[in-house]
Design a protein around this ligand. Sequence first.
Ligand code: GLU
Ligand code: MG
Length: 451
Amino acid sequence: MSRPTADTGMIGPVAMTTIVTTDLIGITRGRSFPTDELASYQASGCGWVPANSALTPQDAVADNNPWGAYGDLRLIPDMHTRVQVPNGPDANAPGLDFIHADICETDGRPWAACPRTLLRNEVERYREQLGLEVTAAFEHEFNLGELDAPLSHRAFSLGAQHHAASFGGWLLSALRAGGVEPEMFLPEYGKAQYEITCRPTQGVAAADRAVNVREITREIARQMGLAISFSPKLQEDGVSNGVHLHISLQDQQGNPVMYDPDTSNGLSTLGQHWAAGVLKYLPALCAFSAPTPISYLRLKPHHWSASYACLGQRNREASLRICPTITIGGKSPANQYNLEFRPLDATASPHLSMATVLMAGRLGIEQKLALNATTDEEPDTLSEAQRQARNIVALPGSLGEALECLRHHDELFDALPKPMMETYLAIKTQELKSTDSLTPTELCDHYARIY
Ligand code: GLU
Ligand code: MG
């Protein structure tokens, strides 16, 4: 990179910092300025346009959004969230430097359609109304490079790992630099499919961290000239890319409250109410967690994703999985105990999907809902009568069905800010219209390029 010097009078690229927001459809957008002017952006941020939040994945501003050409907003940076990755595999590429923001009105009041504010408000409700803290981590699967990877790419193999070793090493290093606390980079079941996991963290930071994982992973691939996609399906009959959201709750002293060693599956009474809430609203939640037409090529039996609203212990076909705890070396299960929400993919906004899952769980706690929908079998192998007896319902088969469920789940729908829902429905209605003539193969190609 050339730098300005007094003797030559030449100039070079200035280092930039970007204030970002990750919108309702999970795309991170923002505005950049010279890093040495950061101080002047801290308090009042940069400008933003309401209709930016009404963009469809096809990059069109959705018709019938509540904003039109009017209005002005600010992106107010949350300075603790700054991500800096000074360099990567391409020595000439500028580093990453961005800060997550809340979307506010020009007088500083929170904007009603900001997904990060929605999540923060929900996390605060847990603290204030229930005395609980939320800890969470998102795991991401993605495809790297060409789908016709060489034969050495056997599922979970050292060969596959080695195929992407340079990428993996750079990724872990960049994630560490960005404060993401990566855990593992691993080859997955599919050809050219990998997974990256990171440590759990509290509240809004967990969703910010999911964004950081996606952006840093994409950047390392871009610098190495590798194709990458987090889209849930790259081939109609291929292995799916999921995002799994691990959640646990603690009291104000940090003690885990979802675990009870005296129950058969370890789930406390509070944990049961929480899970029952998530499962009750799950068909509607899918409108946020599986929010694109292609999401429904993944939510099918035998994808280890989810196709029925049920909880299962260590069951990878269950929508909510009770994850294993390890007792080797006398480790205590209580602090490891967490529930994994599986009907989620990377076409979803981490903030919006986490907020709505938390809302559903909170409604379950408030209503003291009983947990019936449990099975340690694969739910599609049960008879319809067995499923009915346990109140295990099928998840929506399409985005259109999920949106219908959302419209009919008043408690959830009414708890969400009206302008946000109007915007979201406008986006999704237009997205459905613009993709309805695509065949499954065309859908795969289309979304692979977007996510
Ligand atoms: N690929 C699966 C999915 O779409 C998940 C496999 C796993 O359990 O890691 O969710
Ligand atoms: Mg996996």
